[in-house]
Design a protein around this ligand. Sequence first.
Ligand SMILES: NC(=O)c1ccc[n+]([C@@H]2O[C@H](COP(=O)([O-])OP(=O)(O)OC[C@H]3O[C@@H](n4cnc5c(N)ncnc54)[C@H](O)[C@@H]3O)[C@@H](O)[C@H]2O)c1
Ligand SMILES: [Fe+2]
Length: 283
Amino acid sequence: MDTSKAIGIIITNPEFEDVRSLEGVAPTKNPCVPIIAVPTTAGTAAEVTINYVITDVEKERKFVCVDTHDMPIVAIVDPEMMSSMPKGLTAATGMDALTHAIEGYTTRAAWEMTDMFHLEAIRLISQNLRDAVENKKSGREGMALGQYIAGMGFSNVGLGIDHAMAHTLSAHYDTPHGVACAMFLPISMEFNREYTGERLREVARAMGVEGVDNMTQEEYRDAAIAAVKKLSEDVGIPTTLDKIKEEDLDTLATDALNDACYPGNPREATKEQVIEMFRMLMA
Ligand SMILES: NC(=O)c1ccc[n+]([C@@H]2O[C@H](COP(=O)([O-])OP(=O)(O)OC[C@H]3O[C@@H](n4cnc5c(N)ncnc54)[C@H](O)[C@@H]3O)[C@@H](O)[C@H]2O)c1
Ligand SMILES: [Fe+2]
């Protein structure tokens, strides 16, 4: 879907022939050729977002293009198309969707309308991802809907440092996008916790944690992060990546801070802090 967006944009805006010139918000003049998007994973929501992500294999970086002209004219979101996904791909792409919903709910520009989408997406994904991994029909349906609703949210407000670090990790080590997002999710939530007001209470509630109204701020923040860790563990997401090398850390952190998703993060990070977050994944 992302590749079709880039091709569709270049066909109607040939002055951007080099896809690298489209990074960030590009001043394209024309809508892309009509795209009918049919997702076969339940994760990216690219069928409904204004973003596409391209990997520059020469420079070992992934970059995000943001352009309202790339929006597909029709999205066909059919859980049947997702039923052939193996367990690992279902888990990884589903955790990408959960990351969209949680990052979108705590991003700087979040507001009432996108909160509504993100909280419902968190609820649907938390309720259905385990069943989708078991290829149950209701799980597939819940995930098809949850990932789509998350896209309706984050496409309007952006994401944060989790996606910035995940793009960098995938570009350097070919880590699947959803796995990278999921490994960083508890780490980025912990990093941002003091900058999220009461939002992690609502994340915990949407994830099915009971008694959140009787918890202290520290307790509900811990509970939200614990619920994410538990879901990740239940669907088999690893917590470490042995490919990360000490000598790469400086470049990884620099690339993450230059990613288009980073400015949406509620907390500013220094390069040293980003290096520390990458280091947490080292086996
Ligand atoms: N546009 C956006 O807003 C947005 C948001 C998040 C992520 N992304 C980007 O999307 C890309 C990841 O997309 P993805 O997670 O959908 O995975 P993918 O498209 O990279 O597919 C992963 C693998 O799964 C296979 N596959 C797909 N559907 C299958 C099915 N139903 N059954 C069996 N195999 C299947 C594919 O052939 C491929 O080998 C990354 O580059 C990521 O950065 C884009
Ligand atoms: Fe994503």
